[in-house]
Structures are given as C-alpha cells and as structure tokens.
Ligand binder design. Structure first.
Ligand code: NAD
Length: 373
C-alpha cells in the first residue's frame, strides 16, 4: 500500500497534506509513504524531516507511480496523477460544487475522489473534519490581519497621556471561524459583539463574553439546516437583518464576516451603503471573499478602501498559518484513513456513512448524491 504526498500546485498554497508525524503513523500502519521533494517547504518542513520519519523523497512522477492513495490539500490536476494505480484514491479539497469539470475529469480517469469538505458533521468524524480545523485558524488569523490594518489599538489603555478606547469588534457568522474570531478579539482586549442566523449560537456568543446581536422581529426564524449548517434566509429575514446590521455597524471599528452556505455563493451581509455609515479608519475582514464575499466590493488578497473603510480578505486564509494548518490538515487525513484501516487488507476500507458522503467518483462515474441530486 503506497501513499503519495504531492507538493501543492496552486500559487498561494503553502500547506502540505502530510507531516513527518503523520508519515510515521502511516508507516506504523504498514504503508509505504512517498513525498514529493520540496512538498513541505511552504510549511517549514524540510525534506530531511520527512526522510527521517521514514518517507521516500521523490520527483512528482516517482512519488505518484503505483500509488494507492494520494493525499493533497487542494486536489491536484488529474494529469499529475498519471502512473497512480487504476482506481487510486485521492483525498483532498475538491471544491466540488464550483469545480464540476475537475470532478468529471477524475471520474473519466477512473480515480476515487474523496472530498474532505464533504466529511459529514457527525461526532465520530469530528477529528477528520478539515473545514473545522482550517476555519478555526482562519478565524484567528482574520482578527490579527484586521488588527494589523487598523490604525488604533484593540485594548483599552489608560496612559499618562490619556485613555485609548477599546476597539469594538463585530463578528458576523458564528460557526467555527466566528467563534475563534470572537475569542481572539476578546484576548486582544476588544469589546466584541456577534450575530448569526442560527439561534443556537446565542449562548455560545455569551459564553465567550461577547454580546449577541440578533433579529428578534421576524417570527419562526431558525436558520439551522442539516448538519448544523445555515440555510438561505427568507426575504423578510434578510430585510430585518440588513436593518439591524445597519444600525449596529455604524458604531463598530472592526467587522469580521464569516457567513457561508454550502453549495451556494456566500450571503451578502454588508452593502456599500452600509460601509458608508462606518467610521473612517474602520476595517472589515471578509473571510468569505473566495466564495463570492459577504461584503460588497471585497477582493481577495487586496486592501480595498471605500468611504475611508479598509476591506480586506485572503483567498486562502489558513494558508497564512501554513505550519499549523498543515499539521491539523495532515492529522485530519490520518484520522480519516486510520479509522478505517483494515489490518488484513492492509488498507483502509470505508464504511457507508462516511464513504458515501465523501466519495465523489468511482468506477468512472460521479457517484455523490449531493452532486447528482
Ligand atoms: P459555516 O462555515 O458553514 O458558516 C459560518 C457561519 O455563518 C455559520 O455559523 C452560519 O450559521 C453563519 N451564517 C450563514 N448565513 C448567515 C447570514 N445570512 N447571517 C449571519 N450568519 C450566517 O459554519 P461552520 O463553521 O461549518 O459551523 C456550522 C455549525 O456546524 C456550527 O454549529 C459548528 O459547531 C457545527 N460543526 C459540527 C461539526 C461536527 O459535529 N463534526 C464539525 C464542524 C462544525
């Protein structure tokens, strides 16, 4: 059983899908691991560290040759995989709704594409969930990046020269990233408030010492859909939310937006007119910028200045913490494959609940019901 770990191809991708720690663990299960030379450089992992852990270091084609499983952060182009075993598994991020052609190419090539972002949100899969592990780091980094662009301090400071007021931070969307953003902003000494469409988050916001800001005027609203994800909200709700945001946002210094809806463009939470009500010098970090953006006018990897407000957002936020993001992503991969390791077969054998959820392609077909439904 051979596992290949490739160097990521995307220009801004510094993460790597295996670390020396997970290489050792895969070898302990009986696998042979081949790592492409230089794969870990962006995450400060040198080739020698992989070699010491027992991996073979190889060129792309040598690493892929005869591989049963290929691990990636972002799924590689199918051309890169020539030489892998027929029907080989590729576990990575596939961005399946947006990248349909890539999924088709995997089906045509006969590989089994295992989409890590389709990991079901069930208790036993928590340790395999890359969306959580990466979002947590992204929420932290978003606050630091916003603090960096902000021309004032976060904590209240009483100095001989006078008092510096604490920054007001508003977090929109309180999933994994939002919770970490709240915690990080609190640690930096800001006054924090937050909102979400799922009422279950109210308590979580309060437990972190932040103030919940919720639409109360629309009856019977519950934005929680399957798997704990948000649903798209009614027009009435969206209107009430826009009014609430407008009145609150004008008093904020920093806004962090994290709202996502699986399989759809990110919901628009802040319009240009609302930005215009904010104080000059305020900063908005749009964590959803790569999924279409929560904020009108936000652009990936650029500082957009509108009405004196800076709007920022990274195309790949976890990639800005490549070492930790890789360590956690690599453990997610290991936790996933090792949980299904069949000692007799000497390889993982997936069960239906998780296998059917993550498998996009098999036997030349697209087999995932979320894509075919
Ligand atoms: P996400 O990344 O899908 O979305 C981010 C947040 O934005 C969510 O809280 C969502 O409700 C919110 N949102 C969407 N539309 C909005 C709007 N119009 N206005 C304001 N907020 C909006 O969310 P996530 O981080 O994946 O977390 C979703 C839930 O799933 C959380 O409760 C999380 O704890 C849970 N979860 C469970 C598991 C598991 O059990 N294995 C794993 C990860 C997350």
């Amino acid at each position: 059983m051979k596992i290949a770990v490739l160097k990521e191809r995307a220009a801004d991708e510094r993460r790597v899908a295996a670390t020396p720690e997970t290489v050792k663990k895969f070898i302990a299960l009986g696998a042979q691991v081949s790592v492409e030379e230089g794969a870990g450089t962006g995450a400060s992992i040198m080739d020698a560290a992989y070699r010491e852990a027992g991996a073979e270091l190889a060129t792309t084609s040598k690493a892929v040759e005869g591989a049963d499983i290929v691990l990636g952060i972002q799924a590689p182009d199918v051309m890169t995989l020539s030489g892998a075993k027929p029907g080989a598994w590729v576990a990575a991020l596939f961005d399946p709704f947006a990248q349909k052609e890539r999924v088709e190419a995997y089906a045509n090539a006969g590989f089994e594409a295992l989409s890590m972002e389709f990991m079901p949100r069930i208790t036993r899969a928590q340790s395999m969930d890359v969306l959580s592990s990466q979002s947590n780091l992204a929420g932290y980094k978003a606050v630091l990046a916003a603090a960096n662009e902000y021309g004032r301090a976060f904590p209240m400071m009483m100095t001989a020269a006078g008092t510096v007021q604490a920054a007001r931070v508003f977090v929109m969307g309180v999933g994994v990233a939002g919770l970490q953003a709240i915690a990080t902003a609190k640690r930096l000494g800001a006054q924090v408030s937050a909102t979400d469409v799922r009422s279950a988050t109210k308590e979580q916001i309060q437990s972190l010492g932040a103030k919940p800001i919720f639409v109360e005027s629309v009856e019977g609203i519950e934005g929680e859909g399957s798997g704990g994800y948000a649903t798209e909200m009614s027009e009435e709700y969206q209107k009430a939310q826009a009014e609430l945001v407008s009145s609150h946002i004008a008093k904020q210094d920093i806004v962090i937006t994290t709202a996502l809806i699986p399989g759809r463009a990110a919901p628009r939470l802040i319009s240009d007119a609302q930005i215009a009500t904010m104080k000059p010098g305020s900063v908005i970090f749009d964590l959803a910028v790569a999924q279409g953006g929560n904020v009108e006018g936000s652009q990936a990897d650029q500082v957009v200045e509108k009405h004196g407000v800076k709007i920022i957002g990274y195309a790949n936020t976890p990639g800005h913490l490549a070492a930790d993001a890789s360590a956690l992503f690599a453990r997610n991969h290991y936790n996933f494959l090792s949980a299904f390791w069949d000692k007799e077969a000497g390889k993982p054998v997936l069960d239906e609940e998780i296998g059917d959820a993550v498998r996009l392609t098999k036997g030349g077909e697209i087999v995932n019901e979320r894509l075919n439904g």
